[in-house]
Design a binder for this molecule. Structure first.
Ligand SMILES: C[S@@+](CC[C@H](N)C(=O)[O-])C[C@H]1O[C@@H](n2cnc3c(N)ncnc32)[C@H](O)[C@@H]1O
Length: 289
């Protein structure tokens, strides 16, 4: 374990480097957090001080050390059907709307983006809900094959868990009702539950940093970007919301976390109550004068 007390003078350098790689801005009062999360990673490199550690991380062309820093510093806390309300809104309002549009031929594709998806519970909750609604026959036209669900995160460790679709007892216990567990999971080894292949195939996972350009991903009818803005500085949040606005076509929806209300960006989004959930609806782009 690295001795942070001897390295206190260099802590700002480390905080700056963390902000650079994962955009998480921490003040010196968070030294305990950095110590708890990065102490072992730094210790393993055998360096004497923080500048040497940063130099090694920068020089590591394999990116492995950088990934370890990202995995250690990101908070991958998530759960199934997090904050029940959005899921009710999808099921009762958005799915019927999408079904009608698909059935009428006004659309033949719905693209969904789950940004900062962590270990996959969020996009998989969407996929299970969609599959269940489609197979119930309640909504003719709602074909899962018409949906493209793309999910990304910065953390390689979280993405590995997500793409494996295997969860332990604790993860399964977080927000997943027996109904979903019975229908879509199998206990392959004691205490390990494997998500149905059909649901796994509905979601494509990618590694991506929200700092990267998003335009290359194309346009999305629905973007979920939940419980991640809280880690970012206002300046970065503003820029990110502009870039999210650019990948949502007029009428498309943005869903943020329950504790992340959007008070800015009225030029891009109007607030829209759908069921009991606030969504941000993309306004038409105003032509330049
Ligand atoms: C608290 S989890 C939220 C997961 C999920 N959206 C939810 O609401 O349950 C935050 C996630 O954001 C990811 N994250 C943090 N900074 C990121 C960045 N710059 N780019 C992409 N993902 C990031 C973390 O790796 C983590 O998995």
């Amino acid at each position: 374990m690295f001795d942070f007390s001897a390295a206190a003078a260099h802590l700002p350098l480390l905080l700056q480097y963390i902000a650079e790689v994962c955009c998480i801005h921490l003040g010196p009062e968070k030294r305990y957090l950095v110590e708890a999360r990065l102490g072992t990673v730094i210790g393993e490199t055998g360096v004497k001080d923080i500048p040497a550690f940063i130099a090694i991380a920068r020089a590591d062309t394999s990116g492995r050390l950088r990934d370890k820093i990202i995995d250690a510093m990101t908070t991958n806390e998530t759960l199934w059907f997090r904050d029940q309300r959005p899921w009710d809104s999808f099921e009762r309002h958005l799915f019927p709307e999408y079904a009608a549009e698909l059935a009428s031929g006004r659309r033949n594709r719905i693209r969904v983006l789950c940004a900062a998806c962590s270990t996959g519970q969020e996009p998989y909750s969407f996929a299970m809900l969609l599959d269940e609604a489609a197979s119930s026959g309640r909504l003719p036209g709602l074909a899962p094959a018409a949906f493209e669900i793309l999910a990304f995160d910065i953390s390689p460790a979280a993405l590995l868990l997500a793409s494996n679709g295997r969860y332990n007892q604790i993860e399964m216990g977080r927000g997943l009702d027996a109904k979903w567990k019975t229908r879509y999971f199998k206990e392959t080894t004691p205490g390990v539950w494997q998500l149905d292949e059909k649901i796994r195939r509905m979601v494509t996972f990618r590694r991506r940093n929200l700092q990267d350009e998003l335009a290359g991903l194309g346009q999305f009818d629905l973007v979920m970007c939940r419980n991640v803005l809280i880690y970012f500085k206002d300046e970065f949040k503003r820029d990110l919301l502009e870039r999210l606005g650019a990948i949502i076509p007029t009428g498309g929806l943005l869903l943020l976390g329950g504790s992340e209300p959007l008070f800015t960006h009225q030029h891009l989004f109007s607030q829209e109550m759908i069921g009991t959930t606030i969504f941000y609806k993309r306004k038409p782009s105003t032509p330049l004068p």
